[in-house]
Design a protein around this ligand. Structure first.
Ligand SMILES: *[C@@H]1O[C@H](CO)[C@@H](O)[C@H](O)[C@H]1NC(C)=O
Ligand SMILES: *[C@@H]1O[C@H](CO)[C@@H](O)[C@H](O)[C@H]1NC(C)=O
Ligand SMILES: *[C@@H]1O[C@H](CO)[C@@H](O)[C@H](O)[C@H]1NC(C)=O
Ligand SMILES: *[C@@H]1O[C@H](CO)[C@@H](O)[C@H](O)[C@H]1NC(C)=O
Ligand SMILES: *[C@@H]1O[C@H](CO)[C@@H](O)[C@H](O)[C@H]1NC(C)=O
Ligand SMILES: *[C@@H]1O[C@H](CO)[C@@H](O)[C@H](O)[C@H]1NC(C)=O
Ligand SMILES: *[C@@H]1O[C@H](CO)[C@@H](O)[C@H](O)[C@H]1NC(C)=O
Length: 455
């Protein structure tokens, strides 16, 4: 396992980064809607045509996808279910956002509707079943790649019937920043009621418990896949990555439930990897793998020369399996986020103005148009520093020393030496327009100058 970060804590932009190995400012997917490029025609024409499965497929990999793809996938304006992205031999993708029942799939470009019978429709199990069938039917001469994307543990948190009574006593953890006031933070973190009302706490505990319940079917998926790989004698020759598109909070800084914030609880994600050359049970502590590193890491594993591929990330095979590759880690990295809002006031919360979104439970809003920020993070054996700038009317800045303050309770902006702030600000500006090499060396390479020199 390792410390992994998303480069943007929201489904569609984050998934787009996983698929392309690019920061959001390069793939152009800004939010979960079509105007924000989620599965848009421009995405399909550009970034999607360069996503890593395309390279794998060219390299004779048999490829398989099942589950949630991009939030607007399969909608009419996004090319309908007939749009099967290039690079995939077998394609079973959910139309729209997370569901467990009553959904539509694109089954290799054909519409497949599902109802709510556990035996035939429960999506997590369907993904498992189709992936097992793919492994049985594959051609043994060629390598394979599967991407399995159960919506679990995303809302609506519908657990399989046999798991709905599990974890009855489980509650969200009360440690760290749980129900702490975000008084020195940007305005969105200053609006929740603190301490949270009981109704919010009941709501978030329930969500936490149900999320765990839905994950029991994902555990089944992992177990059955590992057993299948064992039975077809491919387990010792296969890499398995287990991760998520973003983090989640339940009560931190009195925000009931969601993601979209710059804090550890939303940008840090689990990553577990097993495979040839990786020692069991090792935890990489300091080096941070990013979502944009997954594509180059997978391509590296498949034997494709990563330097020939246009990505912002870097292969992490050298960190995970030092006996197989040499490599260096990047000095610092970027997290960037474009806030989502509604143009009108939420009728359930008339005291709130327009421009906000995700205002539930108890009219606490989790996002807004101006929850738009970019952060630079220095993470090495000596430093663990985060510097964030908001595009809001206050030009708000938050700075955290994660070594002394892992829960980000204190914004140290006013205590930090101004020269440090200046360095962080310069790095941030460079990273926000980085492309390829200049994203890996922290913006030291000026890609534009390099390009004009070539011309
Ligand atoms: C949408 O994506 C295209 C292609 O990547 C990009 O040129 C455009 O600027 C993006 N739109 C937004 C709103 O970022
Ligand atoms: C699925 O749709 C049917 C028909 O609209 C509805 O009765 C049922 O409650 C839905 N099931 C779930 C789990 O949402
Ligand atoms: C998955 O396969 C199992 C075992 O064959 C079966 O019991 C289950 O009903 C299937 N579920 C779905 C959703 O296809
Ligand atoms: C909220 O819950 C706490 C702890 O369970 C309880 O002591 C308190 O009375 C509750 N407050 C209200 C207003 O229900
Ligand atoms: C996997 O195991 C088989 C049989 O035990 C062995 O022949 C093969 O060399 C192993 N492959 C790898 C990559 O370790
Ligand atoms: C890895 O850790 C687990 C849980 O602590 C333990 O059961 C297992 O034996 C360990 N495996 C190895 C190879 O050390
Ligand atoms: C998504 O991004 C686009 C492009 O920046 C913007 O026009 C749109 O308002 C955003 N959608 C939401 C819900 O914020």
């Amino acid at each position: 396992s390792s410390v992994q970060f998303t480069v943007t804590p929201l489904c569609c932009p984050s998934r787009s980064s996983i698929l392309t190995g690019w920061y959001p400012h390069n793939h152009g997917v800004r939010n979960n809607s079509l105007p924000g490029n989620c599965s848009s025609p421009l995405w399909q024409k550009g970034p999607e045509a360069n996503a890593f499965p395309v390279y794998l497929n060219k390299h004779k990999y048999q490829t398989f996808f099942a589950g949630k793809y991009l939030n607007q996938y399969g909608k009419k304006e996004a090319g309908d279910v007939g749009h099967v992205p290039p690079g995939w031999d077998q394609w079973f993708a959910l139309v729209g956002n997370s569901q467990y029942y009553n959904y539509t799939l694109s089954a290799n470009g054909k519409e497949e509707k599902h109802g709510d019978s556990y035996e035939t429709d429960y999506l997590t199990d369907l993904i498992t079943n189709r992936s097992l069938r793919f492994l049985d039917d594959r051609s043994p001469q060629h390598p394979f790649f599967l991407m399995l994307c159960p919506p679990a543990p995303h809302s609506p948190w519908t657990a399989a019937p046999q798991y709905q009574k599990e974890f009855v006593d489980v509650k969200a953890p009360r440690d760290g920043s749980f129900d702490k006031p975000g008084k020195d933070k940007h305005w969105l973190l200053r609006q929740p009621v603190n301490p949270m009302p009981n109704s919010s706490i009941t709501y978030l505990d329930n969500a936490y418990r149900k999320r765990w319940q839905t994950l029991l079917s994902v555990d089944d998926m992992v177990e059955m896949l590992v057993k299948k790989l064992e039975s077809i004698k491919e387990l010792n020759n296969t890499y398995i990555f287990y991760t998520s598109d973003n983090g989640y909070h339940t009560g931190q800084f009195s925000l009931p439930i969601d993601k979209r914030q710059l804090y550890e609880f939303d940008i840090r994600i689990p990553l577990m990897v097993r495979g040839p050359g990786i020692k069991p049970n090792q935890t990489l502590q300091v080096t941070a793998m990013l979502h944009i590193d997954l594509a180059p890491t997978i391509l590296d594993i498949s034997g494709i020369n990563v330097s020939s591929v246009n990505v912002d990330g870097q292969s992490f095979l050298s960190q995970m399996a030092p006996s197989l590759r040499n490599g260096t880690t990047r000095p610092f990295f970027l997290v960037e986020y474009s806030g989502e809002g509604n143009p009108t006031t939420d009728p359930a919360c008339p005291r709130l103005g327009p421009g906000l979104s995700q205002c539930f439970p108890d009219c606490v809003c989790e996002d807004a148009y101006n929850n738009t920020y970019a952060c630079v993070r220095t993470l090495n054996s000596k430093h663990n520093l985060q510097y964030c700038e908001f595009a809001d009317t206050e030009s708000f800045v938050e700075v955290y020393n994660l070594t002394s303050d892992p829960h980000q309770l204190e914004n140290i902006l006013k205590k930090v030496d101004p020269s440090v702030l200046q360095v962080m600000n310069q790095r941030l500006i460079k990273l926000q327009s980085c492309v390829g090499d200049s994203c890996r060396d922290g913006g030291v390479t000026d890609h534009r100058r390099k390009k004009t020199m070539i011309i």
